[in-house]
Write a protein that binds this ligand. Structure first.
Ligand SMILES: *Cc1c(COP(=O)(O)O)cnc(C)c1O
Length: 349
């Protein structure tokens, strides 16, 4: 089930010419050559009629179209019906706004204590340090803050001052956007500033780059991250076919640097809400040194109803895995209450 061959460039991404491998393996080249238009995507991938209809209606999209050449090439190796396409390609149903869906489903705006800093729990803060993601997820919780390719990162100073002035904050989770899209020097400076605050003990980074831009995990980046330990990475995996040789290599580099890895997965209807997919995903994460941490019930974000798999289904899937996989492979099933009520576990028990 897990993809075994390397993800190779598809020539259509580079005007029909073959992409030299040194460029392909350069994360900056990947970012600069992201697919952002229906024309670029249809040149790279044979599309289904439904995908073509959705691409022709950008007014219906809840997120911009944004894929790394790496993601597009991975999709090109998978059958057209593959669930990972639904996670990354626009769908006309994104225009539907179901009742009890919100533009800011977690009420993060109301919990903002400084620019880009969300304080919803007593001892921890969520610090949105980047405005860009490598590849856009159609089910994103923060569609009200869509990825902004090439935009300068937000000014971190007011948030750093707030954290320094609040000794009760011991745990800082960097997110965005994707913090690992920041240039090495920017990220190093930010982590250094956080480490200079004596009461900050745990640093965490939420990132999807091992799945969507694995070449970003360079030896230079890993050296920076290890300097700032204890630092945990909260990765984001959706499907076992994301565990390509490139992705596994990026995980090994992080593990070898002593960085604990966990993974969050959003339970998505017809993408991963079946027993064999979740089993393969969680087992293979454990085999690659990643602890499945949270399985999230889809947040109440506008235009995501077609992704929402019911809570009883999530519970029964975890029950089915219980006892048949290593206990390490079972995440907590979590719901983040709409309006900012916080996360609470729905299962497995
Ligand atoms: C999820 C979240 C955290 C981190 O929560 P953990 O359950 O400790 O992983 C921190 N702040 C906010 C606002 C969050 O949504």
């Amino acid at each position: 089930m897990t993809a075994r061959s390397s993800v190779r460039p598809i020539p259509a991404i580079h005007g029909g010419a073959p992409v030299p491998l040194p460029l392909w393996r350069d994360w900056r080249w990947q970012l600069a050559h992201r697919l952002r238009t229906p024309e670029a995507l249809s040149a790279a991938l044979p599309l289904t009629p439904a995908e073509r209809r959705a691409l022709a209606a950008p007014a219906a999209w809840r997120m911009p179209l944004l894929l790394t050449p790496y993601t597009a090439s991975l999709l090109s190796t998978l059958p057209p019906s593959h669930p990972l396409r639904r996670a990354h390609l626009p769908d006309l149903r994104e225009a539907r706004h179901a009742p009890a869906e919100y533009p800011d489903p977690l009420g993060e705006d109301a919990h903002q204590v400084a620019p880009h800093l969300i304080h919803a729990y007593p001892h921890k803060v969520l610090f949105l340090v980047s405005r860009d993601c490598a590849t856009a997820c159609r089910y994103c919780t923060r569609a009200h803050l869509p990825p902004c390719p090439g935009c300068p990162p937000p000014d971190p100073d007011p948030a750093l001052r707030w954290i320094a002035a609040h000794p009760e904050i011991t745990d800082v989770l960097l997110s965005g956007g994707d913090p690992l899209l920041l240039p090495d020097e920017t990220l190093d400076a930010l982590l250094t500033s956080l480490r200079a605050i004596p009461h900050v003990r745990l640093l965490r980074i939420g990132t999807k780059v091992p799945a969507t831009l694995p070449m970003r995990i360079t030896p230079a980046l890993v050296r920076i991250l290890r300097k700032h330990r204890p630092l945990w990475l909260s990765l984001h995996f959706t499907h076992p076919d994301e565990l390509t040789p490139e992705t596994k290599k990026s995980l090994r580099l992080l593990l070898d640097a002593g960085l604990p890895l966990c993974s969050q997965t959003v339970l998505l209807r017809h993408v991963n809400d079946d027993e064999s997919t979740l089993r393969a995903l969680f087992e293979n994460l454990v085999l690659n040194g990643v602890k499945p941490y949270y399985l999230h019930y889809t947040d109440a974000a506008q235009g995501t109803a077609h992704f929402r798999s019911p809570i009883p289904r999530g519970r029964s899937l975890l029950r089915a895995l219980n006892g048949t996989v290593p206990g390490y492979a079972i995440p907590l099933f979590m719901q983040d209450t709409p309006g900012g009520g916080g996360k609470h576990p729905l299962g497995p028990s």
